[in-house]
Design a binder for this molecule. Structure first.
Ligand code: AKB
Length: 314
């Protein structure tokens, strides 16, 4: 990778991905784009383009000027937002993906886009979920993600586009709070622990979901994109995860630093339903075997870093 264009760069992953890629490949070689101007000081005033990913003409125009060799397509609505407006979700998630893939095909770009544990469904094995298994998601987000995984494989097989992708679990970061996801509680709980010493969880206490710290997620993207293609038996939909956790487990870890922290529950049936349709713990062994995936943060280390970083912001 030498020159990288990023869609959805102001989102939860895009923000930190942009900063890390700029550090690694040089500011002038990374072009973040999103539907609105950045408010984040670190992104303001730097090369940036406004882009609605449904607008193919604008995407082509931006690429013609910037001349990227890689596109990282991060723009998408998350699971809970998709359930509120499934038609819009299809329009943005699938329309944007097809445009980005078409640009990659026409211009010979390397391509990355994330899938998600949302690509699984209630009939998927819950524990140690294999990479290749039953996928019958019951959410619009999941339908988009399965279709996206297949489409990326299709573009590789049919047109030779170097598509690569992972299935991310919930991602936890103190830089940018997520919006509209089912796993968002795992970020909110840390902010609320510092701000108010308590949190009311919309996810029930014994509901396990896979999670990962954002640094590991960004490293995973770069490692997969830089992996020798000859080593990859799969291209897309690699399971990646660092931990399987529930709200009670996070609270217990927070109490090691803030003993008076209180957690209670007010379960949201929509997001709880989505969470219950997803696996408890996925198997990431193919990512380990094929491109040396190795997350560095477990729950204890992540909790320490999250609390300290949020405290420093306060
Ligand atoms: C969501 O909760 O929608 C996302 C995801 C797991 O894809 N964080």
């Amino acid at each position: 990778m030498e020159r990288i264009i990023i869609t959805g760069a102001l989102g939860q992953i895009g923000t930190e991905l942009t900063l890390k890629l700029r550090e690694k490949y040089g500011e002038e070689n990374v072009l973040p784009t999103d539907i609105k101007e950045p408010e984040d000081e670190q992104l303001k005033g730097k090369p940036f383009e406004i882009l609605d990913v449904r607008d193919m003409d604008r995407l082509v125009e931006i690429a013609r000027d910037f001349k990227p060799d890689t596109i990282m397509h991060m723009a998408a609505l998350l699971s809970a937002t998709c359930e509120k407006n499934p038609q819009l979700a299809w329009d943005i998630n699938m329309g944007g993906l097809v445009n980005a893939l078409e640009l990659a095909r026409e211009s010979g770009l390397k391509f990355f886009t994330p899938s998600s544990i949302g690509a699984f469904g209630p009939s998927t094995p819950k524990e140690n979920t294999p990479q290749v298994t039953v996928q019958r998601p019951t959410t619009m987000y999941g339908v988009n993600k399965v279709a996206g995984e297949l489409l990326c494989d299709y573009y590789f097989e049919k047109f030779g586009v170097d598509t690569r992708g992972v299935r991310f679990p919930g991602l936890i970061s103190h830089v940018k709070e997520p919006g509209g996801g089912t796993t968002d509680y795992a970020v909110e709980i840390y902010f609320e622990a510092i701000r108010n010493g308590r949190y009311t969880s919309y996810i029930d206490k014994d509901t396990n979901m896979d999670m990962m710290y954002m640094d590991d997620a960004v490293d995973a993207i770069i490692d997969l994109m830089e992996a020798d293609g000859a080593r990859l038996e799969d291209r897309n939909a690699f399971n990646v995860t660092a931990m399987s956790i529930n709200p009670g487990m996070v609270a217990n870890e927070i109490r090691k630093h803030i003993p008076e922290f209180e957690l209670d529950y007010d379960v949201d049936p929509v997001r709880q339903g989505i969470a219950e349709s997803w696996p408890n713990a996925i198997d990431a062994s193919q990512a380990v075997r094929q491109w040396d995936f190795e997350p560095k943060y477990n729950l204890a280390r992540m909790t320490e870093v999250m609390l300290e970083a949020i405290r420093n912001k306060a």
